[in-house]
Ligand binder design. Structure first.
Ligand SMILES: O=C(O)c1cc(C(=O)O)c2c(n1)C(=O)C(=O)c1cc(C(=O)O)[nH]c1-2
Length: 256
């Protein structure tokens, strides 16, 4: 059994992993949030990040398929609802496609996931497999990067609004909504992990799961950087900078 001190030290250890390894430290984010990305780079981010978004509810469904505790399934299922929404309104996935439209991409092209970089696919698919296969404690721990997400979402809303004409409330609705959803998810996930990781071995496994997830996020930005920033080497199958482009990014005047 763990003591209160031990629980606190474990919590601090998890936070330290975010401090050292979360993808807010990646240079691509600094470029994006400070207005340093070209239209092509923003579009590449929207196309590739869609793949992550689209797989999140699939990994949550994989998680739920393994829970024999109805209380746990009940607590978890809102994650799927957040992303898939209902028929009329849609959820996070549809909000992400509004961002795609705002940057001049055909949402059908983005939703096809054609042009997603191979490394993005590998990283995201590895996350889904991890959650499908690992013990539930590690599966939940891997979602705890969301502890660090609200800050990056707030910075992104402010940075994109300031620096890019396409950015308005409709285009950024995805992030606004996550600010309300993520803290609820993470409160549950964190309590679950702190409660269940009651041996040193389990704490190590949970910390490793969180570190693995930071790798999943970091790898996606490395893939983008290598293909569209430097050295600018787009791998076979990666978006060529033109496919799916249907118009200029929306101008702010037109959106108002
Ligand atoms: O923009 C981001 O940096 C970011 C990061 C993360 C994350 O830390 O995993 C998520 C999200 N966004 C997000 O929007 C989201 O819905 C989400 C779900 C999950 C998860 O692991 O279940 N992470 C994240």
């Amino acid at each position: 059994m763990t003591t209160a001190d031990d629980r606190q030290a474990f919590h601090a250890r998890l936070l330290e992993i975010g401090k050292q390894r979360y993808h807010d430290k990646h240079p691509f984010h600094a470029m994006l949030h400070s207005g340093g990305c070209t239209t092509t780079q923003v579009r590449a981010w929207v196309i590739n990040r869609y793949y992550y978004q689209s797989r999140i509810p699939m990994k949550d469904a994989a998680f739920m398929s393994r829970c024999d505790d109805p209380d746990l399934r009940r607590a978890w299922r809102s994650r799927i609802e957040d992303h898939d929404g209902d028929v009329e309104e849609g959820g996070g996935i549809r909000r992400w496609l509004r961002l795609a439209e705002a940057v001049g991409l055909d949402p059908t092209y983005v939703a096809s996931t054609k042009g997603v970089l191979p490394s993005t696919r590998f990283a995201v698919d590895a996350y889904v497999s991890f959650v499908r296969e690992k013990p539930l404690l590690e599966a939940v721990a891997s979602s705890l990067t969301e502890l660090f997400a609200p800050r990056i979402h707030s910075e992104r809303i402010a940075g994109l609004l300031e620096h890019y004409a396409f950015a308005d409330e409709s285009a950024l609705a995805y992030f606004r909504q996550r600010l309300a959803e993520a803290p609820r998810d993470v409160e549950f996930g964190l309590a679950f992990v702190l409660d269940r990781a009651d041996t040193r071995e389990k704490q190590d496994a949970a910390a490793a799961a969180l570190a693995f997830k930071t790798d999943v996020l970091w790898s996606q930005l490395d893939a983008l950087y290598s293909a569209y920033v430097s050295p600018g080497r787009i791998p076979p199958g990666g978006w060529d900078g033109t496919e799916g482009v249907v118009r200029e990014p929306r101008a702010r005047e037109a959106a108002e």
